[in-house]
Design a protein. Structure first.
Length: 566
């Protein structure tokens, strides 16, 4: 009896402490609000120059949130529609075309199949000079977006320049749907493939529908591609895991400072494909809800994760309405996968002397166990069961992309070639590539390589130490040799450059789906996934944690490998 009384006493003390802390927080909030309101009023009334109250308030809000994390953000009424499109809905009224600025001019970048721009013959490479009666010149990206979007059924007039001719286009806006599942289909070896690009409204339903359709073809296994998926709605992630996991299994738990934000999400229905062999593809861009799906399926030993370590966003956001139709998105909790790990990579609570956010070190990672007893670790994202090395693009490729030189050539190629091979087999010939190289003559695609930066740093250090005279000849010789090597970069990186150019060209004929299908022939992660799905013995060995597969992402090995790479 004494034990229960003691426990009750401790509970009462804890409650009283929590209540006092809560009251203290409310007092500090009220006090500081009074100070801020008074300061804001005095500045606007008494400052020597004229002030803009809205700009001052926005500056104050942004500065306050800047000290937290990049996911906590204020959204004014003017940005609500863009916010919904980015984080919630996949639908808007528009023409189905994306645009880009090149040297201050606005061009059509891509058109979506079957939508108004495509129906009316608007083409990539068309320069837009007027939208309705509005001159494009001087407009920014947000202004262009507002002009092109509008209610379904409303009209928009475009004045475009194509090959020097001015052309008028009258389009009727439609409801543009940007699917969460951008592509699904069967690959070779009778393996199903689903590419999920985001976790917005109905993403789980789209995955379900794709899975049902593909399952009718009796695939040997299924690949869920989350490599380019930055996340979205947590509940959609839970529903997707539920397609493969039995009912009443914990998928993710979110824990916040506010006890009301601590919630456990479990599967709630019988699975659609409980026995389907499954591989999940992830990469450095896979974040948030993508990591919930990959991490849960890995922890439950239900799927093999292939690719590179994911981004490492283990935070949950919630939106709160504010006055005057604005809102704030606040990080309210961290989430934890079924094994109990949080994969958050950046420590926003602590920063270095320069205010830079630091990563949690692999050396301090904590060990957790999957359902079958495999070792997994917290911090720094979801580490794949099977790692496929990621090849970074060369500086010359990055330069050509950033200067839109692929874009120009792809448009010219389409004008000269009415048809090309099917998307799944399309490749540029050597003659085509040589024409592309010739098209770069006289165009600026200059860049500074890492070696050149190191040489520049070495020269600077030599000057500081008064040793430049002694090494100048050697540095100049190295610089000359580097310039010579750069002249051959278009040949050295031909395979890489050609792949990027092919994706640009194939989209002109087969739209976004063609771009996805064409890239399959070079996809190392996809090839690794298919190889696993036709090898049931290896699949089982990985999921059971046999031998080398017992430990997933050993921090000691990871640190050693990183040290070698650097």
């Amino acid at each position: 009896m004494k034990k229960y009384k003691l426990a009750a006493a401790f509970a009462l003390i804890a409650f009283a402490s929590l209540t006092w802390s809560f009251k203290e927080d409310l007092f500090l909030v009220s006090k500081n609000l009074d100070i801020f309101a008074s300061l804001y009023k005095e500045i606007n009334i008494n400052y020597v120059d004229e002030t803009n109250p809205s700009d001052l308030m926005r500056t104050g809000i942004d500065a306050m949130l800047d000290g937290l994390d990049p996911y906590t953000e204020y959204v004014p009424e003017s940005e609500i529609e863009d916010y919904k499109l980015k984080y919630v809905s996949t639908q808007y009224g528009g023409i189905g075309a994306s645009t880009l600025f090149i040297e201050g001019k606005l061009f059509v970048n891509e058109v979506s199949q079957g939508y108004p721009a495509d129906k009316e013959g608007v083409k990539p490479g068309d320069q837009i000079v007027k939208i309705n009666t509005n001159e494009v010149k001087g407009k920014d990206r947000n202004q262009i977006s507002q002009l092109l979007r509008g209610p379904k059924g409303s009209s928009v007039d475009l004045l475009v320049i194509r090959d020097g001719a001015v052309i008028s286009k009258k389009l009727t806006r439609e409801e543009i749907k940007q699917p969460n599942v951008s592509y699904s289909g069967m690959t070779d070896n009778n393996i199903a493939y689903i590419r999920l690009d985001k976790f917005l409204e109905n993403s789980a339903q789209e995955v379900r529908e794709a899975a049902v359709a593909l399952n009718k073809q009796q695939p040997k296994g299924m690949i869920l591609d989350l490599r380019y998926n930055g996340g979205g709605i947590l509940q959609e992630a839970v529903k997707i895991v539920n397609l493969f996991i039995n009912k009443d299994i914990t998928v993710v738990t979110q824990k916040g400072r506010n006890p009301q934000k601590t919630v456990t999400y479990k599967t709630y229905s019988d699975p659609l494909l409980p026995q389907m062999p499954l591989v999940v593809l992830v990469g450095g861009s896979s974040a948030s809800a993508s990591e919930i799906v990959a991490g849960a399926l890995q922890d439950l030993d239900r799927a093999i994760v292939v690719g590179q370590r994911s981004y490492g966003k283990g935070l949950v956001q919630q939106t709160f309405n504010l006055p005057y139709n604005s809102l704030v998105k606040v990080t309210v909790a961290k989430y934890f996968t079924p094994s109990g790990r949080c994969i958050q990579a950046l420590d926003y609570a602590h920063r270095d002397a320069n205010g830079k956010t630091l990563k949690f070190a692999d050396s301090v990672a904590n060990k957790f166990n999957t359902k079958a007893g495999r070792n997994v670790y917290d911090g720094n994202g979801v580490y794949p069961d099977v790692v496929v090395a990621n090849s970074k693009p060369s500086p010359v490729t990055i330069s050509i992309v950033s200067k839109n030189l692929f874009f120009d050539y792809a448009n010219d190629f389409k004008k000269k070639n009415k048809t090309i091979a099917p998307a799944e087999s399309f490749q540029l010939s050597d003659a085509d590539y040589n024409q592309f190289v010739s098209s770069l003559a006289g165009k600026d695609y200059s860049y500074t390589s890492r070696t050149e930066r190191l040489l520049s740093d070495l020269r600077t250090e030599a000057e500081k130490e008064n040793k430049l005279a002694a090494v100048k000849a050697d540095l100049d010789d190295l610089k000359t040799k580097m310039l010579g090597a750069k002249r051959t970069d278009l040949l050295t990186y031909k395979h890489e450059i050609k792949k990027v150019l092919e994706t640009q060209i194939v989209s002109r004929y087969y739209y976004d789906k063609g771009r996805v299908i064409q890239a399959f022939q070079y996809d190392k992660e996809l090839a690794a996934a298919k190889s696993l799905l036709v090898n049931s013995t290896k699949m089982l060995a990985i999921l059971k944690g046999e031998g080398e597969y017992k430990i997933i992402g050993n921090p000691t090995k990871t640190v050693t490998a990183a040290a070698v790479e650097n």
